[in-house]
Design a protein around this ligand. Structure first.
Ligand code: NDP
Length: 481
């Protein structure tokens, strides 16, 4: 035995991760179901570091030093389950199986329990950054036991991205905590992307700007508090010209947004935890609507009416409006993060995970898709305890939103008058307004529920549970407990 770590599954992600591990001085055992992928890796990249290619899983396990540590990077779902079981059959107590695929956190919890019962460690580890991240340094979110982190931690720290010199990896919490945090990361990513897309739409359709011109603006915005990977790549996409037609690339791409499921999981989980992640939900629904091809074709045929003309704005007003959009984007983005972190903290209570939210914000500063300058501020807000209840209550973010909220309201009302949908901008503001409302119309809903279903209500001036006898004359109120 000579390899201190192994990788199973050598498609795009696994091969990149194995190379990254080898670049950092690890001796990496590599195995793939079909040996051809292993051969390709060794032929093309064998000279980049120390690899131990294995033809069989038995050979692979035998080449690992104890405690044996194997990273699985195969197709999510059943193939991952099969591989975990096959490895567990060959390993011994104390060995560590790490699943770096995009697993659903409840699957990870189930797998961890089963593998722990066999005396082995199972670590579900979220990985963000795509193929390039896996090769050059991803953001990594491992769960599992603290004991497994002792072996795994230094290895993951060596291959992860670095932000201001700090590794973008931390032990998130037990069993499924790592995959849970990765899931919410993706949910925030959905929100962030949709917010940028809505800003683009408003400038394109509302102000009649050209893609390259909007790309220039995003480049400028990337020098402000919005500085982030997603803003940076947006500018690149908007500047890109289609080789075939010479048209802006954005105009030749079909407007049906795809998804693989992590956004949906984030929203489904939030619904079951009772946490309103309205921005993420609207972002998922916006992708859904974009892909309802037949419905949209029929809507076009029906010619649903709306404002058809955008009134041109004088130059000065237009500049001010563009500035409003930037500020509104920032405020909405803060809400997206506030909601995402809220979901993580509620899940931590539900599942007994001890998650350090400041550390989560820190490891998202590099390597991952949502990496952004303002995550420094977010981590500070959690570190000081100011954001413990909500990110929106931390003075830095409270001030930021208060300062720009007029712009936020102007942008949304204008978009409504133009007939341009801004689902995440609008729902984020509605969340903020709902949160700050001293009284919500929920009182009326309680009245309705009590009238039609005797669901009872509570009073503002007296403890207890009440029901009104709505159908009786006098509509007497009775105290039930
Ligand atoms: P794929 O998801 O396409 O999976 C292909 C790999 O799985 C191949 O090595 C294949 O082996 C292996 N495989 C498939 N079925 C089986 C099986 N029944 N038994 C054994 N091996 C099997 O590869 P990716 O590299 O794109 O992704 C790997 C994992 O990483 C996935 O879980 C995916 O969700 C996740 N991922 C994460 C990303 C991120 O940014 N974090 C991005 C992309 C993916 P063979 O060559 O023999 O067919």
């Amino acid at each position: 035995a000579q390899a201190n770590i192994g990788v199973v599954g050598l498609a795009a992600m696994g091969a990149s991760l194995a190379r990254n591990l080898a670049h950092k001085g690890n001796t990496v055992a590599v195995y793939n179901r079909h040996y051809s992928r292993t051969e390709t890796l060794i032929d093309k990249h064998g000279d980049e570091g120390k690899f131990v290619p294995a033809k069989t899983l038995e050979e692979f396990v035998a080449s690992l030093t104890k405690p044996r540590t194997a990273i699985i990077m195969v197709k999510a779902g059943e193939p991952t389950d099969d591989m975990i079981n096959a490895l567990a059959d060959l390993m011994e107590p104390g060995d560590i199986i790490v699943d770096c695929g995009n697993a659903y956190y409840k699957d990870t919890m189930r797998r961890e329990k089963a593998i722990r019962a066999r005396g082995l460690h199972f670590v579900g580890c979220g990985v963000s950054g795509g193929e390039e991240g896996a090769l050059k340094g991803p953001s990594m979110m491992p769960g599992g036991t603290k004991e497994s982190w002792k072996t795994l931690g230094p290895i993951l720290e060596s291959i992860s991205a670095k932000a201001e010199g700090e590794p973008c990896v931390t032990h998130i919490g037990s069993d499924g905590a790592g995959h849970f945090v990765k899931m919410v990361h993706n949910g925030i990513e959905y929100s962030d992307m949709q917010l940028i897309a809505e800003s683009y739409d408003l400038m394109r359709r509302g102000l009649g700007m050209e893609p390259a011109e909007i790309g220039d603006l995003f480049e400028e915005w990337n020098k402000t508090e919005l500085n982030s990977y997603l803003i940076e790549i947006t500018a690149e996409v908007l500047h890109h010209v289609d080789k075939k037609t010479g048209k802006p690339f954005i105009d030749v791409v079909l407007d049906h947004a795809g998804m693989k499921g992590t956004g949906t999981w984030t929203v489904q989980t939030a619904l079951s935890l009772g946490v309103p992640v309205t921005g993420i939900a609207e972002a998922v629904f916006a992708r859904g609507l974009s892909s309802q091809t037949e419905l949209r074709a029929e809507a076009a045929k029906q010619g649903l009416e709306g404002p058809s003309e955008v009134v041109p704005m004088p130059l000065e007003e237009r500049q001010a409006f563009i500035n409003d959009i930037r500020e509104a984007l920032y405020a909405s983005k803060i809400v997206a993060y506030a909601q995402g972190f809220n979901e993580i903290s509620e899940a931590a209570k539900e599942y007994g995970w001890d998650i350090d939210l400041a550390a989560v914000a820190r490891i998202w500063r590099g390597g991952c898709i949502i990496r952004a300058q303002f995550l420094n501020r977010i981590s500070e807000a959690f570190e000081s305890g100011e954001a413990n209840v909500s990110l929106l209550f931390a003075p830095y973010f409270k001030d930021a939103v208060e300062t720009v909220q007029r712009s936020w309201r102007r942008v949304i009302s204008r978009a409504i008058s133009f007939g341009i949908p801004m689902p995440v901008f609008s729902s984020s503001l509605a969340y903020y307004d709902g949160l700050r409302s001293k009284r919500l119309p929920a009182a009326l809903i309680q009245g309705q529920r009590d009238l039609f279903g005797a669901h009872t209500y509570q009073r503002v001036d007296e403890p207890g549970v009440f029901h009104t006898l709505w159908t009786e004359e006098g509509q007497e109120e009775i105290k039930q407990s």
